[in-house]
Design a protein around this ligand. Structure first.
Ligand SMILES: Cc1cn([C@H]2C[C@H](O)[C@@H](COP(=O)(O)OP(=O)(O)O[C@H]3O[C@H](C)C(=O)[C@H](O)[C@H]3O)O2)c(=O)[nH]c1=O
Length: 198
């Protein structure tokens, strides 16, 4: 029975359910939501629960952004030694969130995983260092919040072109609102990734 309770695919930890993705290391997380006639409560981060789930990282910076519908931010990363792991979620609204494996030597190098994060589903997504990250907002007034395992370091920032056809990411949109910086990001085959798969 214990084995069943702690299967490797869905581990039920006190405050959350961990769901593995086709890319090892990328995890979807469903927190336990406590609802009552006032509304809801949930732990958006619990160090003990995360460490028990194997996410034994320390977060050092929290970020938050507001976007209208049809905004695409990404695909971004910071190069080593400033690489960031990100625990991302949507406080209000909805996004299609994407993480792209840019670790040289990884069996899933160049592959991505998509997940819809919304204020309703309160789902979270753990994106370790070694992935480029981005999202497309699906609703107006979407508030995106995330914890980072390394501080912002502008000089180490890198990006991959969001609609590079070789990545085959289906964003379901032709013309999102993208920053000039993101529109000029290099194609994946021009990326000289500094991340090694270990
Ligand atoms: C990321 C960041 C930005 N900034 C400043 C730099 C710019 O003056 C301004 C907006 O930055 P940017 O246009 O890069 O913001 P996003 O496009 O939302 O970037 C983020 O979007 C994707 C989805 C990510 O995963 C990254 O965490 C991050 O790159 O905030 C800071 O001061 N600190 C920071 O940590």
């Amino acid at each position: 029975m214990l084995t069943f309770l702690f299967s490797t695919v869905d581990m039920y930890i006190r405050a959350m359910k961990i769901i593995e993705t086709p890319i090892p290391g990328l995890l979807e997380i469903e927190p336990t939501i406590f609802g009552d006639d006032r509304g809801y409560f949930y732990e958006s981060y619990n160090k003990d629960a995360f460490h028990k789930a194997g996410i034994t990282v320390e977060f050092v910076q929290d970020n938050q952004s507001l976007s209208s519908k049809g905004v695409l931010r990404g695909l971004h990363f910071q190069n080593p030694p400033h690489a960031q792991g990100k625990l991302v979620r949507v406080i209000a609204g909805a996004v299609l969130d994407v993480a792209l494996d840019i670790r040289v030597g990884s069996p899933t190098y160049g592959q991505h995983h998509k997940v819809e994060l919304t204020g309703e589903n309160k789902k979270m997504f753990w994106v370790p260092p070694g992935f480029a990250h981005g999202f497309l907002t699906l609703k107006d007034d979407t508030i995106f919040a995330y914890k980072c395992t390394a501080l912002y370091n502008k000089e180490s920032e890198g990006a991959v072109l969001w609609n590079d056809p070789q990545l085959n990411i289906n964003w379901n949109i032709d013309s999102p609102l993208v920053s000039e910086k993101d529109q000029e990001a290099p194609a994946f085959d021009k990326l000289k990734s500094q991340f090694q798969f270990i």
